[in-house]
Design a protein around this ligand. Structure first.
Ligand SMILES: CC(C)(COP(=O)(O)OP(=O)(O)OC[C@H]1O[C@@H](n2cnc3c(N)ncnc32)[C@H](O)[C@@H]1OP(=O)(O)O)[C@@H](O)C(=O)NCCC(=O)NCCS
Length: 333
């Protein structure tokens, strides 16, 4: 039985990235760009692109299956499924319901959350709160899954070089032996800045028409420089705040898992937080920005590469469209 003071741990973790690799060199044959420009401005070398039939739900289901196996649970023990995505398979039903069906999870509450690249951190707080809230839920499956290649304008060099596809998932459970697990969260949002990163078409304000498609309204739009500055500011603020409120100094953090958007953004945060780059886990050179999938894919790779040791304090920090942002503190169990 849980209580508001119980702690919630990541009991299992998994990820999936599509097989198809799209390199900077290949991109430079599609738009007016170069490997050198992309690498020096972003740190990205290549990204994964989902094939036809690979969607947020299919990728999410594979990542989720791996997380459930890693947790040592059966699908019958999952009673909550939440997916964070800006590229759902379709507006409805939710991608969470589609994942539920694919995995044969018969008895769970399922819904999606839309918080863009901060989505996974939103899920961690939400899942953790629901588990702590009472006796109803035992194990929550939280998934970040994106097929961003489906909303990119492949003729717009200012955006198409930055993003990729993939999925990451975690099983959250109440700790049975009082480990710390997920310690704290600082989430935030500012809708007044919604116009720096958005997709105008496809919702009820601009349903698909021949004109909306011809005008490219169903593609991601971004004002890169503004996004860059805002990202550095809010990621630093939320991370600094969570450290301060938990009486932690930067040297007590063993590993930072940042949202993998841009190496220069991450380097600025490293400098501002006074946490050396060696303690940041990076995989953006392989995947680019996979939005809500970015942190769980990185967390899974950090774990599987032996980078995370039991007892390590881990700081996760993200930023995304909305604007949304968040920092989360966790002790690896
Ligand atoms: C997008 C980003 C890499 C651009 O880097 P930048 O140094 O700010 O570059 P600028 O936007 O100032 O553009 C510089 C020049 O490069 C050009 N350029 C843009 N994309 C290019 C590309 N892929 N290849 C070559 N040149 C490119 C621009 O057109 C501009 O040319 P101009 O000076 O002739 O107008 C950077 O602003 C960024 O990463 N922003 C944050 C984006 C992000 O992380 N979004 C997701 C958040 S969750």
């Amino acid at each position: 039985m849980s209580s508001p003071t119980s702690s919630v741990i990541i009991k299992g973790i998994g990820s999936f990235t599509p097989e198809k690799v799209l390199t900077n060199g290949e991109l430079s044959e599609m738009v007016d760009t170069s490997d050198e420009w992309i690498r020096t401005r972003t740190g990205i070398r290549e990204r994964r692109i989902a094939k036809e039939g690979e969607t947020a739900s299919t990728m999410g289901a594979i990542a989720a299956q791996r997380a459930i196996e890693d947790a040592g649970l059966s699908v019958d023990e999952i009673d909550l499924v939440i997916v964070a995505t800006i590229t759902p398979d379709m507006p409805f039903p939710s991608t969470a319901c589609l994942v539920q069906t694919k995995l044969g999870i018969s008895n769970a509450v399922c819904f999606d959350v839309e918080a863009a690249c901060s989505g996974f951190l939103y899920l961690l707080e939400l899942g953790s709160s629901l588990l702590k809230g009472g006796t109803k839920y035992r194990n929550a499956l939280v998934i970040g899954s994106e097929k961003l290649s489906s909303i990119l304008d492949w003729e717009d060099r200012t955006t198409c070089v930055l993003f990729g596809d993939g999925a990451g998932a975690a099983v959250l459970s109440i700790s049975e032996n009082g480990e710390d697990g997920l310690i704290d969260f600082r989430l935030g949002a500012d809708g007044t800045k919604s116009d720096v990163l958005y997709m105008p078409g496809g919702g009820c304000s601009l349903p698909a028409t021949i004109d909306s498609i011809e005008d490219g309204k169903h593609f991601l739009k971004m004002r890169g420089r503004e996004v860059f500055k805002l990202a550095v500011k809010v990621m630093e603020q939320s991370a600094a705040e969570i450290l301060e409120q938990n009486n932690l100094s930067p040297d007590q953090i063993q590993c930072v898992i940042p949202h993998q958007a841009n190496l220069r953004i991450i380097e600025s945060i490293s400098t501002r937080l006074n946490i050396p780059m060696e303690r940041f886990f990076l995989n953006l050179e392989k995947y680019g920005n996979t939005s809500a999938a970015s942190i769980p894919i990185a967390l899974d790779e950090a774990y599987r590469s032996g980078r995370l040791k039991s007892g390590d304090l881990i700081l996760m920090v993200a930023f995304g469209a909305g604007l949304t942002w968040g920092a989360s503190l966790m002790r690896w169990c």
